[in-house]
Design a protein around this ligand. Structure first.
Ligand SMILES: Cc1cc2nc3c(=O)[nH]c(=O)nc-3n(C[C@H](O)[C@H](O)[C@H](O)COP(=O)(O)OP(=O)(O)OC[C@H]3O[C@@H](n4cnc5c(N)ncnc54)[C@H](O)[C@@H]3O)c2cc1C
Length: 474
């Protein structure tokens, strides 16, 4: 950061300099510009100053300073979110860039947990655990080359291996959180200073949960403890095509309910498969929808047998065995899988959760919208993909790709209708942020929001953390 000098304009600059030194703080407009967006097209206020803490003590000191001066503070991870969650809503905000807090603190093989600093990126964590013979449960969002553990757990991310292990919060055992008064809270079995961090639920109620998915509004996560499992070397793959989405969904639900796969991905129509894997269905004219399934086990026979069962279920629903190109590509590319999709244009995403049984409901509405706005004739492609989440729900990952700026207005009109349709058909976005708040806050159960605001006021009386987020009751 020293290459571009600070302008010295932020009122807290000198005090922050005294906490972290010169190299990890800046309020120069050029630096600030690079912090004004996440991976979406949404915009909010520019941060007032950027600080890169390296320790919990530095985070504590900065939080205390912000509380004393009632200065807004936003924690950012990889800024790889696609809903604008990490963008400040208030001028002069202190933005904590957490990515220098990226150490593995303890790999506790006795209790099968790993404790990491919140700014560690998923890709690095996965590779380092792999070297030691372990895997995570939830393995990070598809953007895990950049996304951090702290960012994902703050935003209910869902992604790799969620079909078996559920979204990011399900794999979290415990958190270390810096509260608004500067105190450091340890949740889970960490309440006992003599205990290892082995469990989330013990002795008291679950304090981990209120910080998961909070979008940084209740505290700054400095450490996250995650579940680990023995590395599973045996992987089997299977792609299955169906004449109708209904048949594909019925088979998908049965596979998912039995918990057979590590990852189960549905592509809801031909266009989605063509956008993801061009040419894959060219020789299968009758196929409308497909799923790619990945089984991962510590035992070869078990991996083979589970894939046989997936195949049997698919065939019982009229499925066609398409080989294993899509599932191998999907699993093998890991976090590099989806970046190339930017070649189709900008992402207008509608990421949300829904029961698997209600996938056809949203697709019926989506196809009407795609047709009404003649998206394909305008060069706007889409991918409608559903990733199984544990038991019987899934993501609805429906993304429009406007290829150029002149198609953006049309795509946004269709996208806005799609966002409404998602909520109308019983969908629940996993993150919220600028993308969803205008739609979610007005319809959120009043008691839910009031309870959230009571907790917020108790924990953060001056409202320093991410003010303006979930603004319904401010
Ligand atoms: C190519 C691509 C693929 C993607 N695929 C997926 C996907 O499959 N699934 C998915 O869920 N998302 C996906 N995303 C979005 C993104 O990767 C995830 O949302 C990711 O979890 C964001 O992590 P981050 O560290 O970048 O968080 P940020 O965007 O920096 O922040 C997200 C939120 O967390 C808060 N926060 C961050 N760190 C802390 C902390 N230490 N303490 C308290 N609050 C904090 C921020 O204030 C903000 O509210 C994708 C994005 C791209 C560009």
């Amino acid at each position: 950061m020293t290459a571009v000098k600070s302008l010295g304009t932020h009122p807290l600059l000198d005090k922050i300099l005294s906490i972290v030194g010169e190299d990890r703080v800046n309020d120069n407009p050029v630096i600030i510009s690079s912090y004004t967006k996440d991976a979406s097209h949404l915009t909010a206020e520019r941060p007032g100053i950027i600080v890169m803490p390296e320790s919990v003590e530095e985070v504590q000191a900065i939080v205390k300073l912000c509380a004393e001066t009632k200065t807004p503070l936003v924690a950012a991870g990889g800024r790889n979110g696609i809903c604008g969650a990490c963008l400040p809503r208030r001028k002069g905000t202190v933005m904590l860039d957490m990515v220098k807090m990226d150490k593995i603190v303890i790999l506790d093989e006795d209790v099968m947990t790993v404790t990491v600093e919140a700014g560690l990126r998923w890709a690095e964590l996965i590779h380092r655990l792999d070297d030691k013979g372990y895997k995570l449960g939830f393995r990070g969002p598809y953007g895990g080359n950049v996304g951090t553990v702290g960012g994902s757990t703050s935003i209910n991310s869902i992604g790799y291996a969620a079909s078996k292990y559920g979204p990011s919060p399900e794999s979290t055992v415990s958190l270390e959180v810096v509260l608004a008064n500067g105190d450091v809270l340890q949740t889970g079995t960490g309440w006992n200073p003599d205990a290892q961090i082995f469990g989330r639920y013990s002795t008291y109620n679950d304090l981990t949960g209120i910080f998961l998915g909070d979008q940084g509004t209740l505290g700054v996560k400095t450490k996250v403890t995650l579940k680990i499992y023995p590395k599973a070397e045996f992987i089997t793959y299977g792609d299955f095509g169906f004449k109708t989405l209904e048949a594909a969904t019925a088979a998908f639900l049965r596979v998912q309910k039995r918990g057979l796969t590590e990852e189960l991905n549905l592509l809801a129509d031909r266009q989605s498969t063509d956008t993801f894997f061009p040419g894959f269905l060219d020789n299968h004219k009758e196929i409308h929808a497909m799923f790619a399934s990945i089984v991962q086990e510590t035992d070869e026979q078990l991996a083979n047998r589970k894939m046989e069962i997936v195949r049997e279920i698919a065939l019982e629903h009229g499925g066609k065995d398409l080989g294993n190109f899509a599932s191998q590509m999907h699993w093998g590319e890991l976090f590099n899988l989806v970046q190339p999709l930017y070649n189709n244009g900008f992402w207008l995403n509608t990421c949300h959760l829904r029961p698997i049984t209600r996938i056809p409901d949203i697709m019926k509405r989506a196809w009407e919208i795609f047709k009404k706005y003649e998206l394909l004739d305008n060069g706007i492609k889409w991918i409608a993909s559903c990733l199984g989440a544990e038991r019987a729900y899934a993501t609805g990952w429906i993304t429009l790709f406007p290829p150029s700026q002149d198609k953006m207005e049309l795509a946004e009109t269709a996208w806005n209708e799609l966002l409404d349709a998602i909520l109308d058909t019983g969908g629940c976005p996993y993150w919220n942020g600028l993308l969803w708040e205008n739609r979610t806050l007005p319809i959120t159960n009043k008691e839910f929001l009031e309870t959230y605001w009571k907790i917020k006021k108790a924990l953060d009386p001056d409202g320093i953390f991410a003010p303006g987020t979930f603004r319904g009751f401010e």
